[in-house]
Design a protein around this ligand. Structure first.
Ligand code: ADP
Ligand code: MG
Length: 248
């Protein structure tokens, strides 16, 4: 069994079976990509891993801990961190302040709305935040206001916000969506570096260049169900995969 074991997960929205008996095993320290046509259920599945959605049935076990029924912050404490499809950053704050918020949240097991109260261990958190910003190549911009960043840089900031929490499992929902090619390539390099540190990753991605650059294994989801799971080199020519994309 992998570090992340998903068994028989079902999720229905009214009349729509968004996830249909999903089984998935993610090996520790690998990058596992989930691909599939729009509406296949990829984001829904990630939402079930982080407590944003509760599956109707099934189990999600990470590193021996059952995640079903845990609150998002408890799942986060278990070492699971998510980077969202749409950047969720604090636009009026500096980059450094943005990264310090999840650093404190991870340490304290709760979100602290106020950065301005005297905080214990602020210096360590600041150092950790600076280190995370440096690791995504944005150390020099730490005092800039987040809203002034380009879209690609906002994604990098989000990655820094994730990395400062020292995740064991990093979940990425379309990390290069909307990026120009140069930013996409820089993000691929960055994610490869993160993967080399042993962090397990689950990546949802439309861009096949990104998927084939990063993934150790690929699961193809179609209409809520995994139809193929294989090594990247076996995915491209698989007729089931081609049919899912054409039919989707
Ligand atoms: P993907 O990320 O693969 O594009 P999603 O997981 O976002 O797909 O969506 C899967 C299906 O579930 C889609 O048909 C979508 O419209 C539907 N869906 C997603 N979230 C909700 C929701 N909160 N309520 C109702 N339907 C939803
Ligand atoms: Mg999605």
């Amino acid at each position: 069994m992998g570090i992340l074991a998903v068994q028989n997960v079902n999720k229905r929205f009214g009349g729509l079976q968004a996830l249909n008996d999903v089984n998935l095993d993610v090996e520790a320290s690998t990058v596992h990509a989930i691909i599939g046509p729009n509406g296949a259920g990829k984001s829904t599945l990630l939402n079930c891993f982080v407590g944003r959605l509760i599956p109707d049935t099934g189990s999600v076990i990470f590193d021996g801990v059952s995640l079903i029924g845990l609150k998002p912050h408890q799942i986060n404490q278990a070492g699971v961190t998510r980077v969202f499809q749409t950047p969720e950053i604090f636009g009026d704050l500096t980059l450094l302040e943005n990264v310090m918020i999840p650093a404190f949240a991870k340490r304290d097991g709760a979100f602290r709305p106020s950065l301005w109260s005297p905080l214990q261990g602020e210096r360590e958190m600041r150092e950790a935040a600076e280190e995370a910003l440096v690791s995504v190549g944005m150390g020099a911009k730490r005092h800039e206001i987040a809203n002034s960043l380009s879209r690609g840089d906002k994604r990098r900031l989000e990655l820094a916000m994730a990395l400062v929490q020292k995740p064991k499992l990093l979940l990425l929902d379309e990390p290069t969506a909307g990026m120009a090619r140069a930013d996409t390539n820089a993000t691929i390099d960055l994610l490869k570096e993160i993967a080399q540190t042993g962090v397990t990753m689950v990546v949802i991605e439309h861009d096949m260049h990104v998927v084939f650059s990063l993934a150790d294994r690929i699961t193809v989801l179609a209409q809520g169900a995994p139809i193929v799971e294989d090594l990247p080199e076996n995915i491209k020519g698989n007729p089931k995969v081609q049919e899912a994309y054409l039919g989707g």
